[in-house]
Write a protein that binds this ligand. Structure first.
Ligand SMILES: Nc1ncnc2c1ncn2[C@@H]1O[C@H](COP(=O)(O)OP(=O)(O)OP(=O)(O)O)[C@@H](O)[C@H]1O
Length: 619
């Protein structure tokens, strides 16, 4: 990698800001800091499942220059995405060689400066379907430009980028309703907000028709001409699209078989004794050769492409900032200070709140279901709260409440992070925010919602089943329910970040069933074999059940009423139940503390596993 010029901006130099903490953002594609990326002898191997090594990249070298639009091409499985992943630092294990003048390992530790300034638009780039184009762009501007830039200036940046990428007409359209080409352009637009000097794109034209592909690649070319280094992988481009590329790097079976200008492909193949038929798309012919359809010429091509530099003239880069000054246009330059994590926390919180509000399946539907199920529970256990002859049924009500809260909190949580993983990976790679900021914002936004669901269900079930009308007991009961549902959600988050969603939901269901077994309901704590008592001590459901029982029957509750028809009312005195089920010596505060401690441990553990999952390779 080489810095070709200290042309970041005059304003930057005047401000005395370092490149890492300040960046100049123009309201139109500017000439920015220019970065060339050089990589040499890059090798990447993976275990192929039979304890043997498969060489995916076998010593690939090359240079991607600023101002140029580069395509990495090759047959399917040749190693295009792998090369991009190695250069961007997404793939580190099993890789040797150097990128940006330093070894791959050192580059991963942060020695390669271009990575901090580059953005990577992945193939399966997901855009939140709940937001409009304008909203999602505004959020990107808030993340990247922070509060040092006024809202008005941010809006100008957003409008300008939308205009440049031909998205102004869709500004009020929700992302889920955009066409494939518009989605790709929006993914690019999001990353342009803070004007990155390097853009990597994995197959930006996949799934697009020829005119949309042409639009996307033309956009990329315009961005490259603004001084950026733009590199993308691409499959079989049309002749028109192919000609737009300034530089093409072709890989076949992990080796470079051509690197040079798109216009030099035909003369190159001619030199290698492979004349391209007249009226044939050179890109198609090149792919036919690389796939071996015309015989195995890869060794020959590899030799020939090393003999001569097939690269074309370096294109002239447009200095648009200068252009703007010359024309005296309204376009202004904004000096950006890197936003604080605190600023980003508020943006994340705001985003989570909108998501919760707009996704009616997450909030409205669940709220309605908790309300209805709470009523059903209450009716099913009607009178169990005051009637001494139904005390065992009431104990069953506590157990059913625990199981219901566990399942309804745990299962959605298992799917929560896997659903957001691709967005999270992209935003993490592109330095939108730190993972801990995201995690804290998630907790702060989510816990109150969880508490509201739990309160709705518990209140309905509590009062309809005629539990004791004592506010302090109700608060104690509700607090345990809240802790249990947050606890179950924590387990779900941990499972979602350690296993895949299918295994996670299966394990969650099994875990809840085992906890039910050791909770002290099916086998009372007093009847449990002593050598298995430890299992109950580790069981969050046991603490919840005990907490609920003590909240209702502990602390000197008056004897219950019994119907006249009952000749013998065994559980009339509440303490009798507590003694029989082995909870007489239980302490409410111990149960609450145990649940709280487990929540803290599990939330920390899920953060660690989430970080591992986000930072692990794309595969
Ligand atoms: N982390 C990995 N573990 C195992 N195999 C891998 C890994 N990364 C790449 N490969 C293998 O390396 C080969 C090249 O994969 P890569 O995705 O780079 O190809 P590609 O040229 O981008 O293909 P396509 O155009 O079909 O996307 C494939 O056979 C793939 O299975």
């Amino acid at each position: 990698m080489a810095l070709l010029g200290e042309c970041c901006s005059v304003a930057l130099a005047e401000a005395g800001g370092s490149h890492s903490s300040h960046r100049a953002v123009y309201l139109q594609v500017p000439k920015t800091k220019t970065i060339d990326i050089e990589f040499s002898d890059v090798k990447f191997s993976v275990a192929d499942g039979r304890k043997r090594c498969k060489d995916v990249l076998r010593g690939v070298s090359g240079r991607f220059l600023s101002g140029e639009l580069t395509a990495i091409m090759g047959p399917s499985g040749a190693g295009k995405s792998s090369l991009l992943n190695v250069i961007t630092g997404v793939q580190v294990s099993g890789v040797t060689g150097s990128v940006g003048g330093v070894s791959v390992a050192a580059a991963h530790r942060g020695a390669s400066g271009f990575r901090k300034e580059s953005c990577y638009i992945m193939q399966d780039d997901t855009l939140d379907p709940l937001f409009t184009v304008h909203e999602i762009m505004t959020m990107a501007a808030d993340f990247k430009l922070g509060s040092s830039v006024s809202t008005k200036a941010k809006q100008l940046v957003v409008e300008d980028i939308l205009e440049t990428l031909g998205l102004s007409a869709t500004r009020e359209t929700r992302c889920c309703r955009l066409s494939g080409g518009q989605r790709k352009r929006l993914s690019i637009a999001l990353e342009l907000v803070d004007n990155p000097p390097v853009l990597f794109l994995d197959e930006p034209t996949t799934g697009l028709d020829s005119s949309a592909s042409l639009q996307v690649v033309s956009t990329l070319k315009a961005l490259a001409r603004g001084g950026r280094t733009v590199v993308c992988t691409i499959h079989q481009p049309s002749a028109t699209v192919f000609e737009l590329f300034d530089h093409v790097h072709v890989i076949a079976r992990g080796r470079t078989v051509y690197q040079g200008s798109a216009l030099n492909v035909v003369p190159f193949l001619q030199t290698a004794g492979l004349p391209c038929p007249k009226y044939h798309n050179p890109a198609d012919f090149l792919m036919d050769v690389a796939t071996g359809e015309l015989g195995d010429h890869n060794d020959e091509l590899e030799r020939h492409c090393g003999h001569k530099d097939w690269r074309g003239e370096r294109p002239l880069v447009k200095d648009q900032s200068q252009e703007m000054t010359d024309k005296g246009t309204r376009k202004a330059m904004v000096l950006v200070r890197k936003p604080s994590e605190f600023d980003r926390f508020w943006v994340l919180l705001h985003r989570s709140m909108i998501q919760l509000y707009r996704d009616w399946t997450v909030t409205h539907l669940k709220l309605a279901l908790h309300f209805v199920v709470g009523i059903i529970f209450g009716l099913y256990f009607a009178d169990a709260g005051w009637d001494g002859s139904k005390t065992i049924s009431n104990f069953g009500f506590f157990m059913c409440t625990c199981v219901y809260l566990c399942y309804t909190s745990m299962m959605p949580a298992v799917l929560r992070f896997p659903q957001e993983m691709s967005t999270l990976k992209k935003e993490q790679y592109n330095n939108w925010y730190q993972l801990r900021t995201y995690y804290i914002a998630f907790i702060v936004a989510n816990i109150p919602v969880q508490m509201v669901f739990c309160t709705v269900f518990t209140s309905m079930a509590y009062f309809i089943s005629s539990q004791v009308a004592d506010w302090s007991r109700f608060v104690m009961f509700l607090s345990v329910c809240q802790l249990l549902s947050i606890m179950a959600e924590s387990i779900g988050l941990l499972l979602g970040t350690t296993c895949n969603p299918v295994n996670g939901t299966f394990l969650g269901a099994i875990l809840t069933a085992v906890c039910l077994l050791f909770a002290g309901f099916l086998v009372f704590l007093s009847h449990m074999p002593s050598y298995l008592a430890w299992a109950a001590d580790l069981n969050w459901m046991r603490y919840a059940l005990e907490g609920l029982s003590l909240a209702i029957y502990g602390y000197g509750r008056e004897p219950l009423e019994c119907p006249r028809t009952e000749i013998y009312c065994h559980f009339r005195v509440p303490a009798t139940l507590l003694s029989e089920v082995g909870m007489r010596d239980g302490r409410y505060w111990v149960d609450v503390s145990a649940l709280s401690a487990m929540i803290v441990v599990l939330r920390l553990a899920s953060f660690v596993t989430l970080r591992r999952k986000v930072s692990c390779n794309t595969r």
